[in-house]
Ligand binder design. Structure first.
Ligand code: UGA
Length: 435
């Protein structure tokens, strides 16, 4: 199959590359000439483990290329995927569809033969129909079908998620477009991946419902963690105990500082806004959004309490800035709420993150960025772990303790064991467990 991917952001670049790994001929298009030049030179604009190897391999094999010219890329394609950004709109939090509609317009002007136009961007229910209307302004209806094919990959595990997904959801309503989508995903159906065909609306809503459900699961266990602290229970045991029930499942039950990233916060807001627009308000999602927002800010209080009620003039070491490990993405990271609150309370923040510091420099002012995990600890009054990078899981704790002024650790990801930390002489605070 000949595939054109419009947009080389996270979803576009990973999906386009993985499609070429399936054996399809893929052209990735982006308006940003600098980005295309860098991709053609083998540079990967995002941090995603394994992506560089796949891009190099498939570019070399002639199956993957990058260009700015959308017209020639669309003319050659059996399917054109829209993989552009849908950021939160200011004000109401609904997804901003400017880039999706602009891409649809340009695709419509370039289509010559029958082409399947596939929406891979995360878009509110009803967008597929609007894309079809835009295409119909410049194309006759026999020249295209619109399909919805949401993406479920996680940053940091994107290649594995794309190559071995739990399922593929395809909102396609004609036999012709279904056949094209079946051919594109044949490598996955050969390994028994369920390919679920639905209507456009069901597919679009599945994406939001999935993310909102996972965000709810996290928020639920976070609130259970708060209760665990009060009643003397251990959230790990409770999460395991409920997760072993097959109806609940053990995944996404890690208590922490609240969810962040480019998807859960944005998609829960957009789903709630859609539910208001269609007069079926999802109160549960509204609560999840509010609980999570206030949780992120409240995490700073744990640090202040651990330091005896004041951090004014104190040096606080921060380990981890990104919203989760194995990414350089800082979007809606808990660190962006916690650190400014600590600064406001008078703390001097010294921070380290393995991949996120470049991006963090433009988002966080008045903090000192350090070269490794040990540098911020020197003379620190306390250390707070915000992101569970692997390299923080195996710190030399004797060295940590001896380099700090006072051995106070606030572990917002529960990567250490309370008993061991106590035995080592740390004043250790974590989430949902007795310190
Ligand atoms: C999420 C979904 O997991 C993907 O399936 C989806 O495709 C993607 O959004 C998207 O819509 O594009 P991602 O944002 O990359 O993926 O990251 P997750 O691994 O889901 O983590 C999101 C946030 O939840 C992070 O801040 C993480 O620390 C937090 N989290 C996750 C917890 O606090 N506890 C958990 O048990 C799991």
């Amino acid at each position: 199959m000949r595939i054109t991917m419009v947009g080389t952001g996270y979803v576009g670049l990973v999906s386009g590359t993985c499609f070429s790994e399936f054996g399809h001929e893929v052209i990735c298009v982006d308006k940003d000439q600098g980005k295309i030049d860098r991709l053609n030179a083998g540079e990967i604009p995002i941090f995603e483990p394994g992506l560089d190897v796949l891009v190099a391999k498939n570019t070399k094999a002639g199956r993957l290329s990058f260009q700015t010219d959308l017209v020639s890329a669309v003319e050659k394609a059996d399917a054109v995927f829209i993989g552009v950004g849908t950021p939160s709109r200011r004000g109401d939090g609904q997804a901003d569809l400017t880039y999706v509609f602009q891409a649809a317009k340009e695709i419509g002007q370039a289509i010559k033969d029958y082409t399947v136009v596939v929406n891979k961007s995360t878009v509110p229910v009803g967008t597929g129909r609007k894309v079809a209307e835009i295409l119909a302004e410049t194309c006759t209806s026999d020249l295209f079908d619109v399909v919805s094919n949401p993406e479920f990959l996680r940053e940091g595990a994107a290649i594995e998620d794309f190559m071995r997904p739990d399922r593929v959801v395809v909102g396609a309503e004609t036999d012709k477009s279904k056949k094209v989508m079946e051919a594109i995903y044949r490598p996955l159906s050969l390994i028994q991946t369920p390919i679920l065909f639905t209507s456009l609306e069901s597919s679009e809503l599945t994406k939001y419902a999935g993310n909102a459900f996972l965000a709810t699961k996290i928020t639920f266990i976070n609130e259970i963690a708060d209760l665990c602290e009060k009643v003397g229970a251990d959230v790990h045991s409770v999460a395991k105990g409920i997760g072993l029930d097959g109806r609940i499942g053990g995944k996404f039950l890690h208590a922490g500082p609240g969810f962040g990233g480019s998807c859960f916060p944005k998609d829960t807001r957009a789903l709630y806004q859609s539910s208001l627009e269609f007069e079926a308000p999802i109160k549960l999602v509204e609560t999840v959004i509010n609980v999570n927002e206030s949780r992120k800010i409240r995490m700073a209080d744990r640090v202040i309490t651990a330091c005896g009620g004041s951090i004014d003039g104190k040096k606080i070491a921060v380990l981890g800035l990104t919203f989760k490990p194995n990414t350089d993405d800082m979007r809606e990271s808990p660190s962006l709420d916690i650190i400014p609150t600590l600064c406001k309370a008078g703390a001097n923040i010294h921070a380290y993150d393995p991949e996120g510091m470049e991006e963090a420099k433009s988002l966080l002012s008045d903090i000192t960025f350090c070269k490794d995990a040990y540098e911020p600890l020197e003379g620190a009054d306390a250390v707070v772990i915000i992101t569970e990078w692997n390299e923080f899981r195996a710190l030399d704790l004797d060295r940590v303790k001896s380099s700090m002024k006072s051995p106070i650790m606030v572990d917002l990801r529960n990567i250490y064991e309370p008993r061991e930390m106590k035995d080592l002489g740390f004043e250790y605070t974590c989430v949902g467990r007795q310190a």
